[in-house]
Design a protein around this ligand. Structure first.
Ligand SMILES: O=C(O)CCC(=O)C(=O)O
Ligand SMILES: [Mn+2]
Length: 203
């Protein structure tokens, strides 16, 4: 690719009501491969159980959470935990691309095509209005679906190894997203969503 193309910003994937920019090759190739291997071996991955409609269900992926505030959803509780050193260069890269500072990150490890994340938006009150979310992907490419809440319009995009999807504006309020399960044979994938999270108010 010529330098001219490499320097062009990507186009907004969403036709309205938010922005989602996909940056490819965010790290040098060899570094991205190393990061993927290290994330697999050095992060303490957890199998969480979520409480859904009165039942405890194993979350269909492994997760980890780091940052200066805790995170709670559907009966899953991740306490605050300092960023491990391996994540610091990724956090800096995400902040550089997204243009905001992040204080937390949720990691998802999809072991194969049976792992997934179902339709949701990152719209919890602690993320604020119009949150900027930088979502890095390493490993096997997986398809990411957006669905417009009001019209049902679908936008699908493949998230390749060493890429970063930056969602901002009204995206989390007007669209939901998912990584569906797939019957295709797919390898492991690790995703990191950097967020700016406020501490929850005591109840
Ligand atoms: O794995 C992905 O690309 C999406 C993860 C996600 O939506 C989330 O953690 O909120
Ligand atoms: Mn999400």
């Amino acid at each position: 690719m010529s330098d001219l193309f490499a320097s062009l910003p990507p186009q907004n994937i969403l036709p309205r009501d938010g922005t989602a920019f996909l940056y490819c090759d965010v790290l040098p190739d060899d570094e991205a491969d190393r990061v993927f291997e290290r994330l697999q071996s050095r992060i303490i991955w957890q199998q969480e159980t979520a409480r859904m409609m009165g039942r405890d269900i194993a979350v269909p992926r492994l997760t980890a959470w780091f940052g200066d505030v805790a995170y709670r959803y559907s009966g899953v509780y991740h306490p605050a935990a300092p960023f491990p050193e391996i994540l610091l260069p990724l956090k800096s890269r995400a902040e550089e691309k997204a243009g905001v500072a992040f204080n937390t990150v949720l990691l998802n490890r999809y072991r194969d095509g049976r792992d997934s994340v179902s339709w949701h938006a990152d719209d919890e009150a602690v993320l604020g209005i119009n949150p900027v979310i930088a979502s890095l992907s390493f490993g096997a490419p997986r398809r990411f679906h957006f669905k417009h809440r009001a019209s049902g319009e679908r936008i699908d995009v493949d998230l390749p190894h060493n890429s970063m999807l930056v969602m901002a504006g009204e995206t989390q309020h007007c669209w939901i997203h998912q990584i569906p399960k797939t019957a295709r044979p797919v390898g492991q994938r690790i995703n990191l969503t950097f967020r700016q999270t406020r501490a929850e108010r005591p109840e």
